[in-house]
Design a protein around this ligand. Structure first.
Ligand code: FNR
Length: 363
């Protein structure tokens, strides 16, 4: 019998199974007015469907800790009471369905202020609800991207506090897992990598200096996040810059530090900090990075990236490569993936009574 549908306990929180939803931006929040950045009907319907589909943990998409930390003007945010109240409705519904509500807290850094992906996703300026992005160094992500404003040390301290405040709001809203977004070339990832961090102060240069901001965010969030509840961190295991930039060795080193600072699980992704790199994408291509962190640090890990088949997911766990799997696009295609995988593997996940007659065995 697969462990995919066995519970997993971190601190005092038991997650009912190990099929989890990866954070995925929906770019569907109002861009102006009092509800700016607040989740609405789309978000409720979207996350609710994955909860009723048997997903054990739902990581709500990258949610900005400050307005200028949004990837696009239509991103979710968690910096005011209106947003907090709107998230409470979603977290409450997910929990009512037996799914653990989690949320990814994010700051987009130099990759902020872009348009909707389905409209090309190019940078947008103040005339299109955009703004001037910030980053560790005045180095743009790519041609055609603005030169970010280099954060001062005082501004860095403010962002750290913004993460902590957003975490407190996430707790108030009913979330039980907080994930800090340190991946994909957004602000924390920008600080980690020498590719994007050219600072010469205590936040740049050596490995210790480049991870300082990430650890300060972790400490500030951990200080407000209850001891009983787990804290996740998402990292890009590599920039895919062939030995340059941030590497898998750096990830293992960071993982050990994150563990000491109270992170309970590393969500291991990759890429996003350098454009046009060659990524050998294929089924489960990021799993080895997660497996290495788990083996070398003992930190719990979740694997993500082109995990689409029940047997494949079960094998990742059976091999001891990860403690859980995160599904992204497959859950967009099929909100009930978890229930169908459970049926295929001879396991069970609770089904809402309204849907009992949908079970294969009830035919
Ligand atoms: C993503 N991804 C992503 N990652 C993240 O850390 N925060 C986010 O908000 C988003 N947003 C997002 C939106 C959409 C539409 C997609 C498709 C992806 C990446 C996602 O979490 C996941 O890591 C990748 O999609 C790879 O997993 P799959 O899709 O191969 O299972």
């Amino acid at each position: 019998m697969s462990t995919l549908f066995e519970p997993f306990t971190l601190r005092s929180l038991t997650i009912p199974n190990r099929v989890w939803m990866a954070p995925m931006c929906q770019y569907s929040a109002p861009v102006t007015g009092p509800d700016t950045g607040a989740p609405g009907d789309w978000h409720l319907a979207h996350y609710a469907a994955r909860a009723t589909g048997g997903t054990g943990l739902i990581l709500v998409e990258a949610t900005a800790v400050a307005p200028e930390g949004r990837i696009s003007p239509a991103d979710l945010g968690l910096w005011n009471d209106t947003q907090t109240a709107a998230f409470r409705r979603i977290a409450g519904f997910l929990a009512g369905q037996g799914a653990v509500p989690g949320i990814q807290l994010a700051h987009a850094g130099r990759k902020a202020s872009t348009g909707l992906p389905w409209q090309g996703g190019a940078p947008v300026g103040p005339g299109e609800h955009g703004w001037q992005p910030v980053g560790p160094s005045p180095v743009p992500f790519d041609e055609g991207h603005p030169v970010p404003t280099e954060l001062t040390v005082d501004q860095i301290a403010l962002v750290v506090q913004q993460f902590a405040r957003a975490a407190r709001r996430a707790l108030e809203a009913g979330f039980r897992v907080a994930e800090i977004h340190g991946a994909h070339g957004y602000l924390i990832g920008e600080f980690l990598s020498p590719h994007s961090n050219h600072r010469e102060d205590r936040y740049g240069g050596s490995f210790e200096n480049r991870v300082r901001f990430a650890l300060e965010v972790v400490d500030a969030v951990r200080a407000v996040w209850p001891d009983e509840l787990p804290l996740f961190f998402r990292v890009s295991a590599t920039d895919w810059l062939e030995g340059a930039g941030w590497t898998a060795d750096d990830t293992v080193r960071l993982a050990a530090l994150l563990r000491e600072h109270g992170v309970d699980l590393l969500d291991v992704s990759s890429g996003g900090n350098a454009p046009r790199v060659r990524i050998p994408a294929g089924p489960g291509y990021q799993v080895p990075f997660a497996a290495r962190v788990r083996a070398e640090t003992g930190l719990a890990v979740a694997a993500v990236g082109l995990i689409t088949e029940a047997g494949q997911a079960a094998k990742i766990l059976a091999n001891g490569e990860a403690d859980a799997v995160l599904l992204g696009r497959e859950l967009l295609r099929n909100p009930s993936w978890a229930r169908q995988a459970a049926e295929a593997l001879g396991a069970e996940v609770p089904v809402p009574p309204q849907y009992l007659r949908s079970l294969l065995r009830s035919r």
